[in-house]
Design a protein around this ligand. Structure first.
Ligand code: PGA
Length: 259
């Protein structure tokens, strides 16, 4: 088996967790991450209200933390929104933007996602830009067109220097929370396409981690992470169970090397 580059595994808790259970999970993940090889980087994106808790319990550990969305504005009369600089106050380093649940339930367009990615970069955080097709789009043979357009919208607003600071997560909508992951080959094919798209836009694509997300579990993680263009994972359901999340991180460690 060929060894590959460093991997990044990020948990997306979505709207789960309460103080007491978060503490148990965060402490277990921080402890477990300490035993992972250097070649694996680990993060958790928590509900914004729990950033202070993540900061308190993860500070000094190998685990970085972040939010699952940010406002397209820096500050102002936007009731209910949380701005990227607010996450910086809690030493966050990651912010997911354009998750398919936000695109679907909050009608976020690719243009809005692009503005959010800009706000995240301006604040000094790393945006994890999510792209992905629906089952209908896949069945219609439109996967590349859909994810290509989603990525292009973000790249259109960024300089090549800014673009190398993003992370892209390919999350097929039909695989999220469904228990039905893309096969390693299906994911690799889209990742290779995304990598080529970055290159076509003059982005140093080797520097942009491409994560796969959608029903990643301990049982399928290693095969996914072994693919040459899969640099790690964005993990939903399995990130809520410390043993599963750490097993996924370990699988990343088994197929990666420090760059
Ligand atoms: P899942 O979610 O791992 O529960 O499928 C992934 C995601 O939506 O980020």
């Amino acid at each position: 088996m060929s060894k590959q580059r460093a991997k990044l595994v990020v948990g997306n808790w979505k709207m789960h967790g309460r103080l007491a259970e978060n503490a148990v999970l965060l402490e277990a993940v921080a402890r477990g991450a300490g035993e992972l090889p250097e070649s694996v980087r680990v993060g958790v994106c928590v509900p914004g209200l729990y950033l202070a808790q993540a900061q308190a319990l993860l500070d000094g550990s190998r685990v970085v933390w972040g939010v699952q969305d940010v406002s397209a504005f820096t500050q102002g009369a936007y009731t209910g929104e949380v701005a990227a600089p607010m996450a910086v106050d809690f030493d966050a380093s990651l912010a997911i933007v354009g998750h398919s649940e936000r695109r679907a339930y909050h009608r976020e367009s690719s243009e809005l996602v692009a503005v959010k990615a800009q706000r995240v970069l301006e604040a000094g955080l790393t945006p994890i830009v999510c792209v992905g097709e629906t089952l209908e789009e896949r069945n219609a043979g439109e996967t590349e067109q859909v994810v290509g357009a989603q990525l292009d919208a973000v790249l259109a607003k960024l300089s090549p220097q800014e673009a190398v600071r993003i992370v892209v997560a390919y999350e097929p909508v039909w695989a999220i929370g469904s228990g039905k992951s893309a096969t390693a080959q299906q994911a690799q094919d889209v990742h290779a396409f995304l990598r080529a798209r970055l290159v076509a836009k003059s982005v140093a694509a080797a520097d942009v981690p491409l994560l796969y997300g959608g029903s990643v579990k301990p049982g399928n993680a290693e095969e996914l992470f072994r693919q040459p263009d899969i640099d790690g994972g964005l993990i939903g359901g399995a990130s809520l169970k410390d043993q599963d999340f750490l097993a996924i991180c370990k699988a990343a460690g088994a197929v990666s090397v420090t760059q």
